[in-house]
Ligand binder design. Structure first.
Ligand code: SF4
Length: 467
């Protein structure tokens, strides 16, 4: 009998993407064939996000698209949206299975039962303090150069705008032995960069017996053979203690890029957001981190239009963001989430004002990103190449696209530096998964261009070193 086809669609954060990969592995083990979400499948799994209204809407749109593609298919909705708001999804006629953020590994079996005609009630259990870390095993099908590893889940912070603690439950962490086992597997299968993810990553280990810290996990992680870079997905400002800062500074394998959510550059807004720091604390942290790490990239999240945010507070936030010289901004318009304190706060900011502030903040972010990447013109940077690009689409003026005569011999390769700069260079042969030194020559919107000057690969288990 032909195997059943399953297709996935993922919204939201890196943790969700990691979990989708794990789910793909679980379905494959049960004999399902993976197909693209655009194709006709027997089962569609939508791993949702609920951080804003927009995320909810996109999740519902994906549900409708799936059912339209194959009206006879089983559509399973999983993740944060059903965990927080199962009722809203039960009312959608296109949805067949609803599962929250716990016990996801049972999904393939549940789908099979549904295919056999069984009625399946929503699989959503509200979180209690006793929640345990669900081990969604890392699967080696992920792209070969970089791999995500989820080591932590949940958050106990309850910032006034954030629905995540309800969607994800309390802080819980992968046992260190298990985490190291996955890291060693990643190193063996040729992944040079690992991105450690979590919902509140800086609190890794707090729930373990005895308690551990992210710093102690990193001390072991940097010793894993084959892994040249360890990237941290996001760390809250208050979680940088001296131990963590020291480990980051002393280990070059830890990427020189930190994502430190700011949310607002105005102290009164930060207070209403329930954040545990003020701008003076944040600036002192940036100074401390940048001491001795001049190339460090710091990116951040900013919310505009928080309830009661006056024009002056927004402008103050812009000033602070500018002074902090972030390498990249992720800008969010405040979106009231039922069940959070901020949803009830008054006055709410008018949608058109939020829109205008968002556009201003995004423009500021682009300016800062440009300024940050231009600092590296003329420098040599280590690039981990992750893909080849189609040569020939030279709409942005890069001269790499004009050298048609070179195309047979050379490839146009793109990769990332340790401090998260996107770099393109011509390479002889396939450089995917390899690290090379690139002299940076030009800056374009969103990436740098340069010439490969050296191959610095230090570990190539598959022996693909043909650069
Ligand atoms: S720290 Fe605050 S913003 Fe981050 S997940 Fe927890 S509650 Fe949400």
């Amino acid at each position: 009998m032909a195997s059943l086809k399953v297709a996935f669609h993922t919204l939201g954060c890196k943790v969700n993407y990691y979990e989708t990969e794990a789910l793909k592995g679980a379905f494959r083990r049960e004999g399902f064939e993976l197909v693209d979400f655009q194709e006709r499948a027997d089962v569609y799994v939508i791993n949702t996000c609920t951080v804003t209204h927009l995320a909810d809407r996109k999740s519902r749109q994906a549900v409708r698209r799936a059912k339209k593609r194959n009206p006879a298919a089983i559509v399973a909705v999983t993740g944060c949206y059903p965990q927080v708001n199962p009722g809203e999804l039960t009312s959608l006629p296109e949805v067949d299975i609803i599962s929250g953020t716990g016990e996801r590994l049972s999904l393939p079996e549940i789908v099979k039962r549904k295919l056999e005609g069984e009625d399946i009630a929503p699989l959503v259990t509200p979180y209690g303090q006793a929640a345990i870390f669900e081990d969604l095993p890392w699967v080696p099908e992920q792209e070969r150069t970089r791999a995500f590893l989820k080591i932590q889940d949940g958050c106990n912070q309850f910032c006034s705008y954030c629905i995540v603690p309800l969607a994800r439950g309390p802080v819980r962490s992968i046992p260190p032995g298990k985490g190291m086992e996955y890291l060693r597997e990643m190193g063996r299968s040729g992944h040079k960069e690992v991105i450690l993810t979590g919902i509140h990553l800086g609190l890794y280990g707090l729930d373990l017996e005895p308690p551990l810290s992210l710093a102690s996990f990193l001390v072991d992680a940097v010793t894993v053979p084959g892994i040249e870079r360890i990237r941290l997905s996001s760390i809250e400002p208050a979680d940088f203690n001296e131990e963590l800062i020291k480990v980051i500074k002393e280990n070059e394998k830890i990427c020189r890029h930190l994502h430190i959510p700011l949310q607002s550059g105005d102290d009164s807004v930060l207070k209403k957001m329930g954040r545990s720091y003020d701008t003076a604390f944040y600036t002192a942290l940036l100074n401390r981190l940048r001491e001795g790490l001049p190339d460090l990239a710091v990116s951040t999240d900013v919310i505009v239009g928080f309830p009661g945010e006056e024009k002056e507070q927004f402008l103050q936030s812009c000033n602070f963001v500018r002074e902090s010289a972030f390498s990249r901004l992720h800008v969010f318009k405040f979106s009231p989430r039922r069940g959070t304190k901020a949803a009830e706060m008054i006055p709410q900011v008018a949608p058109e004002v939020k829109e205008q502030r968002s556009r201003m903040m995004i423009a500021l972010g682009e300016e800062l990103s440009r300024a940050f990447q231009e600092k590296f013109l003329g420098r040599e940077l280590s690039v981990l190449f992750e893909k080849e690009l189609e040569a020939g689409a030279g709409e942005d003026g890069s001269d790499l696209w004009m050298s048609r005569e070179l195309r047979g011999e050379y490839r146009l390769s793109e990769g990332l530096t340790s401090n998260y700069l996107r770099v393109r260079a011509l390479t002889a042969g396939n450089w995917r998964g390899k690290i090379g030194e690139v002299r940076i020559e030009k800056s374009f919107r969103g990436y740098l261009q340069g010439s490969l000057v050296r191959n610095t690969n230090v570990y190539d288990p598959a022996g693909h070193n043909n650069g």
